[in-house]
Design a protein. Structure first.
Length: 104
């Protein structure tokens, strides 16, 4: 499924997510005006340019969880980065009410 938005639109929104906050893949798709394209957003994030300093770690799934397999190096990296920003990950879950960014 090709997206009705460009990777640069997702990257721009990603750059605006404040430290200590998270968004879901679906939220980023919604913010681009393309609800239902959460998987495309995920694929765009997988292809971030090498050495990018965009805060990819602030994007989680709609259940408030890190999408990487628990215990994997990527899971541990994302969890560590979130915790350094004050985002608590309890039993693999992030409290969306406390940490979700709504684009304000």
């Amino acid at each position: 499924m090709s997206a009705p938005f460009s990777p640069s639109e997702v990257w721009f929104l990603l750059s605006r997510i404040p430290a200590g906050c998270v968004v879901t893949y679906g939220q980023l798709a919604d913010m681009t005006g393309a609800p239902g394209y959460a998987r495309v957003v995920g694929n765009i994030l997988k292809q971030l340019p090498a050495g990018s300093d965009l805060p990819w770690h602030r994007v989680i799934n709609c259940k408030g969880r890190i999408s990487f397999p628990e215990g994997s190096a990527r899971y541990d990296s994302q969890k560590r980065r979130l915790e350094l920003e004050g985002v608590m990950v309890v039993s693999g879950k992030i409290n969306l009410k406390a940490h979700q960014w709504h684009g304000e």
